[in-house]
Design a protein around this ligand. Sequence first.
Ligand SMILES: *Cc1c(COP(=O)(O)O)cnc(C)c1O
Length: 385
Amino acid sequence: MANALVRELERDLDNRRDEGLQRIRRTLDSAQGTRPIVDGARVLAFASNDYLGLACDPALVAAAREGAARWGVGAGASHLAGGHQAPHAALEARLAAFVAPDARALLFSTGYLANLAIVTALADRETAVFADRLNHACLNDAVLLARAQHVRYPHGDVDALAARLRASTARRKVIATDAVFSMDGDLAPLPALLELAEAHDAWLVVDDAHGFGVLGDGRGTPSHFGLRSERLVHMGTLGKAAGVAGAFACAHPAVIETIVQRARPYVFTTAAPAMLACALLASLDLIEQGAARRQRLVRSVARLRERMEPLRWKLLPSQTPIQALVVGGNDSAVALASHLWSQRIYVPAMRPPTVPRGTARLRISLSAAHTDDDVDALAAALRSA
Ligand SMILES: *Cc1c(COP(=O)(O)O)cnc(C)c1O
């Protein structure tokens, strides 16, 4: 007989299921890619953030294997307490040189931790953090952890943000935004946000989880817009287009040193294994020489959008590999995903709280590894739904 605490959890779980909000984990019985084996079936997948198809690239696998042989599989300690190994240092130098040569780069084991560390380093109780309403959950969690005032503005609305900045009496101001919105695929108006940051003496924290490797010749969304500024803190993740795991912050050396000295999500966690840094050094080679992969991706995005018109659902405007088909209700989105699944096409349905209520959607994610035929198969399956 379960106790009352357990029963409470079970009731809550039942409610979630009744609302169509239950999440299931499908298990891959293969490496990541466009044709993984998922729950026992080989499927055509548009589900991963492996935009450049690097997650099982032989060069990265070889680098990881050699890295494990030389450096072992565990860093053994935090960066400040004996776990900072030469491949970490080399990767930080390479990232800075590639992304913003006058800045300094710092590695993290996940993007989630990177956002927590960056925001808590820059913001405190006397800080207002101005955040786009569609920002990723971990940027929002970072504001909570910093105990800062959370001022949200409507998605991409520069005028609304300007009004909130003018009205604020906070001692310090931080603007925080996704660069490429993870569930919509559109870009933040970074040039206008940087202008506002300059005008209001604010930091601009840019979460480029979906832009690094893809936009700006691989350097990310700030490069795509040609932006450089001491106020800009650029966070990129290394488990999406870069194909491995981890994240980096690239910023003025004073920002980076503040994180190293003070940010608890940086200080109190074990360094990621050096073998991953070795794989990431190989990944950076391919990202730097990745023009062909990026062109392939641009072509697939255009092809999919063209082939999908006209559809009954709303395809959000996006020129990035994230293509969102907004269905509306939770059950309808799941039903459409199931229809595709029955044709062995895997596209995940995204529901609240990942997306706003009433905007459940299919999140189609394209990779440079998708062929024209793959894209056409998806479009045909959607048209027949
Ligand atoms: C995936 C993601 C993160 C978290 O990065 P992880 O390395 O997966 O922890 C942060 N921000 C955005 C916008 C993301 O999509």
